[in-house]
Design a protein around this ligand. Structure first.
Ligand code: GAL
Length: 653
């Protein structure tokens, strides 16, 4: 059973604290210093071996485990646990030289050469054989090591190699399609190949959506996204099978990347494959950076089914891969880490322990910066270590569900942002994040849930751009409303089925009756176009030509300008049991807060915060532990207690 285990260790429950540790980048004498400083900082766990393949297996089948034995032992004698990587993330030069056929190929046919990292095809049998051999060797060597508490499969699967268009990928894609569709007739029907002379008369004619003369077939593209996510999931399962065979008592995880626009891996589908969910998160620049962190942590908690999860990587300060890499301000380090804890992280780890002196990541922060231990940064790290130590009683506490939820759906993300659509400006995750910000602005907790999560217990569920709605999902949502739930959908929801075929008869297809509306035509807006609504908000990006189909539907806001002037912009249909609302334009966080306030009051949901704290303070609850996070840059008076700018306070009820 998935996600039922935590680290293999005895002793009192605690929150883990640590980092990726890359001792191989440093002379041996530094390691002892590392271990001492780790103790000073309160480090309890490190990840070893992530990019160590070339040093661990310097020639085919010849291993050099001596240095890793030494590092494992050093951690153990210092009481530090190890989450050990299988070390397969980046194949060594001898392998890519001998077998260049493992290198990924882009849609344009360009080979991605070695020199960076993760230069392997997810579907290469040659790569798989070599990776599994190393995995087995690692498991056999370290399975019984007392420092080992978990396996870390590969690293950020799909970070650079999610889409491979090589011949290996083509062959594997055909097999995947055969499994999904069984017959060529079914594939032709799903891909609607009657269009543009695309009818397939033999399986060999099937290709990945390589760069084409015009838009590649949309269902081919969607299936290729599904296939690519599955191909990496298959790699995860293959390494896991070896690890479970050799070391059944050691839990297996891999670090997801629930953050920003990283969208290739359907983590809702992967979550069941790991013994506990792990995530990496880096703060996105921009005004919603703080909320985006919270949203990602919240969604990670949703993937973990509300159970605690492992924050495998985030940064103490700047990263190295944004156009401009801004250092964190004092206080941000702890606030960011504590926000993850608020949403369920029972382990707080960074990339990386000691900032590299050389290599592409030398300007990426670490727990020990270039300046050394005598630094503001290291002191902040050690303070956090102490604070997490004091929070040990929190360990293992699941999150306390909110009454509202935002649904997140990878397939809708993929399909809604495809080419040849009414607009190419639509951003799925941004719309979801805007709703989340609106909830935070109103001081109301909302869980971010994968779309397949059970909805029992929720009073209000928002489904932003739920574009792909198979009949089964429409039935689930209808049942939720019939049972008294309140559902809100937005523009471009309910438009296509699982094959990306439009539901006919008027949009939004299978949600039409539930919403009590019918849309004959979409009316997207040009970049500089704005429309106003009679509730004072402004819409961009999109509008719909809505007709209300029953008298029961209340129009909560109408357009006052633009082609839809006078028509409904926001609707609400009180229907059997509950109600279903629709928002037909992009309102942004501020405009959404206005309509959301209305939806919340109709669903009977109130903020759990005192009125003067709403919007300024973010509340997250794990059992008895209430986290109050300052969303502003000013101190906030919590009634006798001053919550510092960037501060987080944990109150035990
Ligand atoms: C992650 C990766 C780490 C490190 C980090 C830098 O993608 O797993 O190895 O590169 O980013 O932010």
């Amino acid at each position: 059973m998935s996600q039922s285990r935590w680290l293999r260790r005895t002793g009192a429950a605690r929150l883990e604290f640590g980092a990726d540790y890359n001792p191989e980048q440093w002379p041996r004498e530094v390691w002892d210093d590392d271990a001492r400083a780790m103790r000073t900082a309160g480090v309890t766990i490190v990840t070893l071996g992530v990019f160590s393949w070339a040093l661990l297996e310097p020639a085919e089948g010849e291993y050099d485990f001596g240095w890793l034995d030494d590092a494992m032992d050093l951690m153990h004698v210092n009481g530090i646990a190890v989450d050990l990587a299988t070390a397969t993330a980046s194949p060594p030069p001898w392998l890519t030289t001998k077998h260049p056929e493992i290198l990924p190929v882009t849609a344009d046919g360009v080979t991605l050469w070695p020199g960076g990292r993760q230069q392997w095809r997810p579907t290469s049998a040659v790569f798989r054989t070599h990776a599994l051999r190393l995995t087995r060797a690692m498991a056999e060597r370290y399975g019984g090591h007392p420092a080992l508490v978990a396996w870390h499969v590969s690293n950020e699967l799909g970070c650079h190699n999610i889409y491979d268009y090589s011949d290996d990928a083509a062959a594997a894609f055909r097999l995947w399609l055969r499994e999904r569709y069984a017959t060529l007739d079914a594939l032709n029907a799903a891909w609607a190949t009657a269009f543009w002379s695309q009818h397939l008369s033999a399986w060999e004619q099937v290709l990945p959506p390589r760069t084409a003369a015009s838009f590649p077939n949309p269902t081919q593209q969607l299936d290729f996204k599904r296939f690519s996510s599955d191909a990496l999931k298959d790699h995860l399962r293959a390494e896991r099978a070896v690890l479970r065979e050799v070391t059944p008592d050691v839990p297996v995880t891999t670090n997801f990347m629930v953050m920003g626009e990283t969208k290739g891996m359907n983590y809702a589908d992967w979550a069941a494959e790991v013994d506990f969910v792990s995530n990496d998160h880096y703060v996105q620049p921009g005004p919603q950076g703080r909320d985006e962190l919270s949203f990602s942590a919240n969604l990670t908690g949703g993937l973990a089914g509300g159970r605690p999860w492992f924050l495998m990587e985030h940064s103490t300060s700047a990263v190295n891969w944004q156009p401009v890499n801004v250092a964190k301000r004092p206080g941000e380090l702890a606030r960011d880490s504590m926000t993850h804890v608020a949403y369920g992280a029972d382990a707080v780890c960074y990339f990386q322990w000691r900032q590299s002196a050389a290599g592409a990541e030398k300007y990426h922060s670490g727990m020990i910066p270039h300046a050394g231990e005598d630094s503001t940064l290291f002191r902040a790290v050690a303070d956090l270590g102490k604070r997490l130590g004091d929070l040990a009683p929190l360990a293992g506490t699941p999150r306390t569900p909110a009454r509202a939820a935002i649904l997140f759906d990878w397939e809708s993300w993929w399909a809604a942002e495809a080419d040849s659509h009414p607009t190419d400006r639509l951003r799925y995750r941004q719309e979801a994040l805007d709703w989340y910000t609106a909830f935070l602005d109103l001081g109301v907790r909302a869980d971010v849930l994968p779309v397949a999560a059970p909805l029992d217990g929720y009073d209000l569920v928002v489904a932003p751009i739920l574009h792909v709605v198979p009949a089964s999902l429409a039935s689930r949502l209808t049942a939720f409303v019939q049972a008294g739930g309140h559902l809100v959908a937005t523009y471009f929801s309910g438009v296509v089925d699982e094959n990306d075929h439009v539901w006919l008869g008027g949009y939004p297809g299978p949600l039409r009756d539930l919403l009590g509306i019918r849309i004959e035509e979409f009316a997207p807006l040009l970049d500089d176009e704005r429309v106003t609504l009679d509730n004072g908000s402004t819409g961009t990006l999109w509008t719909d030509r809505i007709d209300v189909s029953t008298e029961d539907v209340e129009v909560l806001a109408r357009y006052t300008t633009g082609d839809q002037a006078g028509r409904p912009a926001v609707t609400w249909n009180p229907t059997a049991g509950g109600a279903a609302g629709y928002v037909s334009t992009r309102l942004g966080p501020q405009g959404l807060a206005t309509v959301l306030g209305e939806f919340l009051s109709r669903a009977g949901i109130e903020s759990e915060l005192p009125p003067d704290q709403r919007g300024k303070v973010e509340l997250a609850i794990r059992g008895d532990f209430h986290f109050l996070i300052n969303r502003t840059d000013e101190p906030i008076d919590l009634g006798g207690y001053l919550l510092a700018a960037d501060g987080v306070v944990v109150v035990r009820e």
